[in-house]
Write a new protein. Structure first.
Length: 500
């Protein structure tokens, strides 16, 4: 097939309306696997967390993990789904080396959770993403292709397979078609993945780490000419592994499909792979239809029939969900929409809330985490929460600022010291000798020297140009390596130069 030039994004959106669908797989953080007692920790030696059940050896029988069902029901409830009273597992038959049984235990026409929704916000506008189903299944093993350039099977010399992941509880969340998003489609897709990740994280049922594969998105995209009645053929971009890639993959697929369609071509229903380096997708395999999987009810497992009491017990354990929490802190901290967005985008909500709990006021807590500490996190390429400083330590620094023992400039030096491993705030203050000089006697001597050194500036101040005093305050700060109380220094300078 000849390569068709992608259409420019704006042009593509003028001609076509995108329709999205997102399937998300989330590994639950249970201690053991879905149908056996094997451990689930990430990063263990290959093939050390396996047993006859998850290796699919003849005669081995699965038993359902109760904690995993708790987890999926919590997700279903948080997504406003109905939890059905009775449903079954199904065998999804296909051959792939990373799946030793040659079938995956999944759910087909009887999912556990149905008909939910998740509201997401893009540029101040709310989009309601309808959830078709949330079902329970097990993860596959992991193939490692050796010798190819990109880690893909093409060009590989040989492949290795690790079954540690085989049988880890996997929840699949499937949206209904997401329509009428227009040019915002890539942003809505990203906002959905972001909100879903936050939601599941708040439930404590998964670590939802996209880079480790415990949350993976498959993104379906199709285009229909504006004004058309029928949807176009969709492609499915598999295993998109970052929020940014979710957005980019939708955008590039819109551009590609628009290019094909407007050149008179047709879209093939297929899976595609997203490439981080180029920001584009390439063709994978042509997509199976449901009948290709020869689904049938799993004969080795009893049906799932969660009692209403069980469901209500779980509902009562749900924590404050992210959207409600955002509304609460916005009111409590008196934030504009834009300020709230900054806090959320910086991943600073938990840090700020804990800093306030440790005694700081909301404004200062937000200031330190969003400015000084965000900057350092970016420099070090880590998440804000992973910086080696605790909210209690930030609150302690702020308490010293409030007490007049530190100014902002010195506080930044304390943060630097704590992050460099020099100990807690009090240790850093003691070891570095950081202390605001506000003692009038000590300041007066420095001020006299500064006035003598800057006679022309001092004359201006004497002549009534009090704004020029700023330069003298700056000189005092420099002379004290930032330790002077700037306000007090200014008062003393003005007193000295303008009092007759
Ligand atoms: Zn096992
Ligand atoms: Mn699945």
């Amino acid at each position: 097939m000849s390569v068709v030039t992608p259409m420019k994004y704006d042009e593509a959106l003028a001609k076509y309306e995108p329709v999205l669908g997102i399937e998300t797989h989330i590994e639950l953080g249970t201690a053991s696997k879905m149908f056996c007692g094997c451990a689930t920790g990430f990063g263990a030696e290959p093939n050390t967390q396996v047993c006859p059940v998850c290796l699919g050896l003849p005669g081995a029988l699965p038993v359902t993990n109760h904690a995993a069902i708790d987890g999926i029901i919590k997700i279903g409830l948080a997504l406003n789904c109905r939890i059905v009273e009775w449903c079954r597992f199904a065998r999804k038959n296909y051959f792939y080396p990373d799946m030793p049984k040659n079938f995956q235990i999944s759910q087909y026409d009887e999912p556990l959770c149905v008909d939910g929704f998740l509201e997401v916000e893009v540029d101040g506008e709310t989009y309601r993403v309808e959830i078709e189903r949330v079902h329970m299944e097990e993860d596959t093993g992991k193939s490692l292709h050796v010798g190819g350039a990109t880690g893909r099977i093409h060009g590989a010399v040989h492949s290795l397979v690790d079954y540690n992941r085989a049988g880890i509880p996997l929840v699949e969340i499937v949206t209904k078609p997401i329509t009428a998003t227009g040019e915002k489609a890539p942003l809505v897709a990203r906002a959905y993945a972001t909100e879903l990740r936050e939601l599941v994280r708040s439930l404590g049922v998964s670590d939802v780490r996209m880079e480790q594969g415990s949350m993976r998105c498959d993104v379906n995209v199709s285009l229909m000419p504006r004004g058309a009645a029928a949807w176009g053929t969709r492609t499915e971009t598999k295993n998109v592994n970052s929020l940014r890639s979710v957005e980019r993959s939708v955008r590039s697929e819109i551009e590609r499909q628009a290019g094909v369609l407007s050149a008179g071509g047709t879209i093939t229903q297929e899976t595609r792979h997203f490439h981080e380096d180029t920001g584009t997708t390439t063709s994978g395999r042509s997509k199976e239809e449901a009948q290709d999987y020869r689904y049938f009810p799993e004969p080795d497992l009893v049906p799932m029939a969660p009692s209403r009491e069980w469901v209500e017990e779980l509902r009562a354990t749900l924590p404050e969900l992210p959207a409600a929490r955002r509304r609460r802190v916005q009111a409590e901290w008196d934030l504009t929409d834009a300020e709230l967005r900054d806090v959320v985008n910086a991943g600073a909500l938990d840090c700020i809330e804990a800093t306030i709990a440790a005694g700081a006021d909301a404004g200062s807590a937000r200031k330190w985490w969003l400015n000084e500490l965000s900057r350092r996190a970016t420099e070090q390429g880590v998440e804000l929460a992973d910086l080696p400083i605790t909210p209690e330590q930030v609150a302690r620094v702020q308490a010293m600022v409030v007490a007049g023992e530190l100014n902002d400039k010195l506080a930044r030096q304390v943060f630097e010291g704590v992050l460099a491993g020099e100990g807690g705030p009090d240790d850093v203050v003691a070891a570095r000798g950081l202390k605001v000089v506000s003692d009038d006697g000590a300041l007066a001597a420095i001020i006299d020297q500064v006035i003598a050194d800057n006679a022309p500036v001092a004359d201006k101040v004497r002549a009534g140009k009090t704004a020029a005093a700023g330069a003298l305050v700056g000189a005092v700060m420099k002379a004290t390596r930032g330790q002077a109380d700037a306000g007090r220094a200014r008062d003393l300078i003005l007193q000295k130069l303008t009092t007759p």
